[in-house]
Design a protein around this ligand. Structure first.
Ligand code: SAH
Ligand code: SF4
Ligand code: F3S
Length: 455
């Protein structure tokens, strides 16, 4: 670090999905050479970056209230004579509503979309000269990944790695095809370079990210294309990379070679996030999901045939336009038949510019709220049953951090539950078999089966 560059404080607040988490880490990497160091509070920061999410109305609206709060902090900072606080909005709201942000929230200095954030240093320099920069309408992830170095700051033995961006599916409720652009896959070599660099820094588990990660079709050096399965075989060959996960998958892109990889590749964790959104064929059609209820069941049968101990998670939307009690019952029935280890569920939120927002039969808030409660209760029941079933079993745990109490270590099971053990020393970054002895509310308690050696 250059001694002549005074340190500046960067506060970054991340909303939305894991891809935004990855992007935030990469923005920090880009800004660090300019002398920015991360601060966990906005108060007193020289640069505040809001990495935003547009998926539901609530997520998008949060940004505006946050900007209001920041404006006050900025005034206080200036009054203390500590210089200006630059306020930047990044992410999917920046992409979707860049102009509107500038009009509605004049406190914002710059707006930068998800495919343009490699240009942050230049943008920040320009805003310091004249206010009001906006850079977002740019759907060229190639340029971004070319500009990012593989040298990442890691914070433990697990890491996200974006391999694919964008979506061509156009589910009628969803803004992602508009905020992240068309499907695009990173070339294989660039992903492998980044993964090797991660492994060198002690990362043992990589979660491959994409809005439709299983549609991955990146170029090989010889001009042919790789599938996600082929990418995972190559990643599993990297010494140190022991665990692979990927998210989010679309049922229609679960190729046979990917299913086979679950059978043949020990590094691929037996846990799959496979959103279906609804269990009603009528609603699935209206959502433009291009798959039905039965084809989802058949797909799960095929995946479980390849990997019988695989557990599933999913996403569900309740209150989609036209959803009747019967349609909702079909969703509950699907959930009962599949049995999820965990799931996310949302009340349908009409998004500007999406076809569903203009559909007849919008469901009242009260009805949607009630359905959401019923669905979530069922999911919690299944989640607890799944965890209860793990008691008495031995699972490999990758230890990530110390626990709250002395001598406690916390890691993750193959199924992503937090597992904590007592009497552990220096386990971070190691994988050990753990016997699960109790099911807590948010975690599992385990006992180490191996003698651990102090490092
Ligand atoms: N590409 C992923 C993730 C999309 S966003 C996928 O295909 O699953 C994550 C989840 O948010 C979606 O799966 C969906 O359940 C939910 N979601 C998306 N748009 C929504 C909307 N308008 N209202 C409510 N939930 C929504
Ligand atoms: Fe949105 Fe559908 Fe694409 Fe997922 S598959 S990102 S829900 S349009
Ligand atoms: Fe949100 Fe954008 Fe992710 S809209 S869910 S942050 S792709």
């Amino acid at each position: 670090m250059n001694d002549h560059v005074p340190l500046k404080k960067l506060h970054i607040k991340t909303y939305g999905c894991q891809m935004n988490v990855y992007d935030s880490e990469r923005m920090i990497d880009i800004l660090r050479p300019l002398g920015y160091e991360v601060s966990d509070k906005a108060e007193g920061a020289d640069l505040v970056l809001l990495n935003t999410c547009h998926i539901r109305e609530k997520a998008a609206e949060k940004v505006y209230s946050e900007i209001g709060r920041l404006r006050e902090m900025r005034e206080e900072k200036e009054a203390r004579g500590e210089g200006r606080m630059t306020i930047a909005v990044a992410g999917c709201v920046a992409q979707a509503e860049g102009k509107e942000i500038m009009n509605r929230a004049p406190a914002v200095d710059l707006v930068v979309g998800p495919q343009a954030y490699h240009q942050l240093p230049e943008l920040i320099a320009r805003t310091h000269r004249s206010k009001g920069e906006r850079l977002s309408a740019d759907f060229a992830p190639e340029a971004k990944f070319d500009a990012l170095t593989v040298d990442r700051t890691v914070s433990g033995p697990t890491a996200f790695l974006t391999v694919q961006e964008g979506c061509d599916k156009f589910c009628t409720f969803c803004v992602v095809p508009y905020t992240r652009g068309a499907e695009w896959s990173r070339p294989l070599a660039s992903i492998l370079d980044e993964a090797r660099a991660l492994a060198d820094k002690g990362v043992r588990e990589v979660t491959l990210l994409g809005q439709n990660v299983n549609a991955y079709n990146g170029l090989n050096a010889d001009g042919t294309q790789s599938t996600l399965a082929r990418l995972m075989y190559a990643l599993a060959d990297i010494p140190g990379i022991d665990r692979l996960r990927y998210t989010t998958s679309h049922p229609n892109d679960m190729g046979q070679d990917l299913i086979d990889a679950h059978r043949d590749l020990p590094a691929v964790m037996p846990y799959l996030h496979l959103p279906v959104q609804s269990g009603s064929d009528k609603i699935l059609r209206a959502m433009n999901r291009k798959h039905g209820r039965q084809s989802y069941f058949d797909l799960i049968d095929r995946i479980k045939a390849a990997r019988p101990d695989l557990a599933l998670s999913g996403d569900f939307i309740v209150g989609f336009p036209g959803e009747t009690d019967k349609d909702f019952e079909d969703t509950l029935d699907l959930i009962r038949q599949v049995g999820y280890a965990s799931a996310f569920s949302f009340k349908y939120s009409p998004r500007p510019g999406t076809p569903a927002a203009a559909m007849p039969g919008q469901v009242s808030d009260a009805v949607a709220d009630e359905r959401l409660q019923i669905l979530q209760a069922l999911i919690i029941e299944q989640q607890q049953a799944f965890k209860e079933n793990l008691v008495g079993r031995t699972l490999d745990v990758l230890f990530e951090k110390r626990g709250r109490l002395e001598g406690q270590a916390i890691g993750r099971s193959p199924y992503l539950q937090s597992v904590y053990v007592d009497g552990a020393v220096n386990l971070i970054g190691q994988i050990h078999p753990v016997k699960i002895i109790a099911n807590g509310n948010n975690s599992l308690r385990g006992a180490l089966l191996t003698e651990t050696v102090e490092a």
